[in-house]
Design a binder for this molecule. Structure first.
Ligand code: NAP
Length: 338
């Protein structure tokens, strides 16, 4: 049994906490929270022990009448692995985890250098084995690595290019809106997403650009990969169907936009409408000469959830990659290719 603590119970932390609780080989010890708000109360109602990072927060919890189980030191004393899902405070917390001798999983908002190892399960699970610190890469990088990894394995990518239309804010980030603009982000090219993919797929040639669009759910990438082989569209689709955590959807079946992808998640009863898969529009997959084109959708809040679970197993168990991914996918309701 791997005892797991979550530092930061926000967009990512809440999802990872629920996913940890769903694993038979893991125990969710608790999560730290700063504001004693409705989310803290819901966590308590769900039986998730909350911990506070400092005395000031403890006093605020006392004043609000929200119970907590102790401070961060107490949480750390009870866990094997801590998942840091704070708003990019990893560099501040790493020495604290180190002092307690705990393994830690960080998120994509942190620099690669914080851990020296950036993780996407299907690409480099085995290389994460036994490491003390691992960084699960960002939502966009996770989606790109899953899809480009599959295309590269099948047909050998010589160069990839992607234009990312990114959601401007998460659904609850009301302070970032309302907005009425399409924002080149950054204006100076290329964007950081290409180098971030290379933190996982080190030899991949990739150049990216990104814009922010006024939506709160999902990113949409226009992706072009130049390949060595000359695959047919059916062969590219076959490679994507065989890849873990890639879901193919059809425009003809009603998936006209990202809105229908989220609606699908609602209809099938996914928790929080979460789409854990990288979503590729099957009808967008097009091959022209040696170039493969497609649209790729990324649900920013959800896609890194399975990677966090696999990263925990990679650093704290002997479970091999395929078994871990299969188990994670079964618990989260993700179709796993046979
Ligand atoms: N959101 C995304 O789309 C997304 C996707 C992939 C990766 N990531 C990455 O995941 C990480 C977390 O992002 P997020 O979107 O989940 O952030 P978030 O929604 O803002 O949640 C951050 C959590 O950390 C808590 N927190 C704040 N200050 C803290 C402190 N000093 N000590 C301990 N906990 C503290 C917050 O507590 P309160 O709730 O009490 O304020 C909140 O629960 C970042 O590295 C981000 O780049 C985010």
């Amino acid at each position: 049994m791997i005892n797991v603590g979550i530092n930061g119970y926000g967009t990512i932390g809440r999802r990872v906490a629920d996913a940890v609780a769903a694993q038979k080989d893991m125990k969710l010890v608790g999560a730290t929270k700063v504001k004693p708000d409705y989310r803290a109360r819901v966590a308590v109602q769900k039986g998730i022990p909350l911990y506070v990072p400092n005395q000031e927060v403890a006093a605020a919890f006392d004043r609000a009448g929200v119970p907590y189980a102790g401070d961060l030191s107490k949480l750390l004393s009870e866990v094997d692995v801590v998942v840091d899902a704070t708003p990019e405070l990893g560099a501040e917390y790493k020495p604290v985890f180190e002092k307690h001798g705990k393994k830690a999983i960080f998120q994509g908002g942190e620099e690669h250098e914080l851990t020296g190892f950036s993780f996407v399960a299907q690409v480099n699970y085995t290389a994460a084995k036994g490491r003390k610190y691992v960084r699960v890469v960002s939502c966009n990088t996770t989606g790109l690595c899953r899809v480009l990894g599959a295309v590269d394995s099948g047909f050998g990518i010589t160069k990839a290019r992607a234009v990312l239309a990114r959601r401007a804010a998460d659904p609850d980030e009301v302070s970032k809106g309302p907005i009425d603009a399409i924002v080149p982000d950054p204006v100076s090219l290329p964007s950081h997403h290409g180098p971030d993919v290379q933190s996982v797929m080190k030899s991949l040639k990739i150049t990216t650009m990104a814009i922010k669009v006024p939506v709160t759910h999902m990113h949409l990438h226009s992706l072009i990969a130049t390949v060595r082989g000359r695959p047919t569209e059916e062969e590219v689709i076959g490679a994507l169907e065989s890849a873990p955590r890639v879901m193919l959807v059809d425009g003809k079946a009603g998936f006209k936009s990202t809105a229908q992808v989220i609606d699908w998640a609602r209809e099938v009863g996914r928790p929080r409408n979460d789409v854990f898969e990288a979503v590729v529009w099957r009808d967008s997959v097009t091959v022209v000469d040696d170039e493969v084109y497609m649209f790729l959708g990324v649900h920013q809040e959800a896609i890194v959830t399975p990677e966090n679970i696999d990263a925990i197993r990679a650093v704290a168990s002997e479970v091999p990659a395929e078994e871990s991914m299969r188990t994670t996918d079964a618990t989260l309701g993700i179709r796993h290719p046979t």
